[in-house]
Design a protein around this ligand. Structure first.
Ligand code: UFG
Length: 335
């Protein structure tokens, strides 16, 4: 199949592209490179530097590459930034995404896999979180992802564009070629590994007074390869006639605290990692753990890399490769 991957120059997008190419699909990556990296676009994929708000270029790209299905990952995705700059999130995540849907509708492209987020749930009362839990986002990032998910339902009803929306929990880890490289970096695992490699003096732990066993936040870390494979499965299912669906993607109902992640990183890297406890980061729920039972039951998806050690080892190996560690955003980002 000929597939457009929006955001394919980003961390998860590059791994999804890798998986699709490995399975014999043709991929065109459409990415404005605001956050993505040109050199993250996997060899073998076509690349168009473009914005979702540029409808003419988007339409041309569909036509020129004969796009038959879309994996839509291009988005702004920083919770803190979204609170300060909601307009940017509504413009890119909602208006840009609607442009994409309109082009798909005009050109008769009917299958879309969408990267959604656990942030649609806000502060859920029950763990693990099921897809039926109330959606009450606590920031514009989650709100804009949810707004587009809702639009998808109505485009399906009106125009027959079928979709699978995948609500990611905490993506982590790397392949041999693709890993996490944000600037500024805000995510726990790359920051912990930067501290292990000496690129950062210490890791800040954002609060140790949460109602969790060790007082630090608990998250559900899922290997990026497992995440990417879910996209491939979802796309195949849609093409085979599967109805539109929403699925959580976590790692088997088990979470790890910030302290557990740091301890595990010490073991995996064999390095000392200095830690300083600082204040809570606004908007962080204490615990976010997914139930992924629905996608396992309906699509047969099962994570293959559940051990946190394996996730950290893959990220550490990737970071050791020339250029990757030093290039990653240095210093803890403001929160
Ligand atoms: N943390 C620290 N110190 C740091 C960075 C993070 O203690 O320097 C903590 C956070 O407070 C949080 C945990 O580590 O408890 C994980 O934080 P990340 O920033 O790595 O990930 P989040 O859980 O905040 O965010 C992820 C995705 C978002 C998504 C969100 C859903 O990256 O895109 O889950 O709530 F919105």
């Amino acid at each position: 199949m000929r597939i457009m991957v929006t955001g394919g120059a980003g961390y998860i997008g590059s791994v999804v592209t890798e998986e699709l190419l490995q399975r014999g699909d043709a991929v065109v990556v459409y990415d404005n490179l605001h956050k993505g990296h040109r050199d993250a676009v996997v060899e073998g994929a076509a690349f168009v530097e473009g914005d979702l708000l540029d409808t003419a270029l988007l339409r041309d790209t569909f036509s020129q590459h004969g796009v038959e299905a879309v994996v839509h990952m291009a988005a702004d995705s920083l919770v803190g930034e979204s609170v300060k700059a909601p307009a940017k999130y509504y413009r890119n995540n909602v208006i840009g995404s609607l442009n994409l849907l309109d082009v798909m509708h005009d050109l008769g492209v009917r299958h879309l896999v969408f990267s959604s987020t656990a942030a649609v749930y806000g502060e859920p009362e029950r763990q693990p979180i099921e897809e039926t839990a109330p959606t009450q986002p606590t920031n514009p990032y989650g709100e804009t992802k949810l707004a587009f998910e809702r639009a998808l339902r109505w485009y399906d009803a009106a125009h027959g564009i079928r979709f699978v929306s995948l609500r990611y929990f905490n993506a982590a880890g790397a392949t041999e070629r693709c890993g996490e490289r944000h600037a500024p970096e805000t995510h726990l695992i790359p920051l912990v590994l930067q501290a292990a490699s000496g690129h950062l003096p210490e890791v800040l732990v954002f609060g140790d007074d949460y109602p969790t066993p060790d007082g630090t936040c608990v998250r559900d870390y899922i290997h990026v390869v497992d995440l990417a494979q879910a996209h491939v499965l979802a796309l195949r299912a849609l093409v085979q006639g599967h109805p539109s669906a929403i699925y959580n993607l976590g790692c088997g109902g088990k979470g790890y605290s910030v302290k557990q992640v740091i301890d595990c990183a010490r073991r995996v890297t064999g390095r000392d990692i200095r830690v300083r406890v600082s204040e809570r980061r606004p908007g962080d729920p204490a615990v976010l753990i997914a139930s992924s039972a629905r996608i396992t039951h309906e699509l047969g998806w099962r994570p293959q890399h559940q051990r946190l050690e394996a996730i950290l080892e893959s990220a550490w190996r990737w970071m050791q490769r020339p250029g990757h560690g030093a290039e990653a955003g240095l210093g803890n980002a403001p929160h």
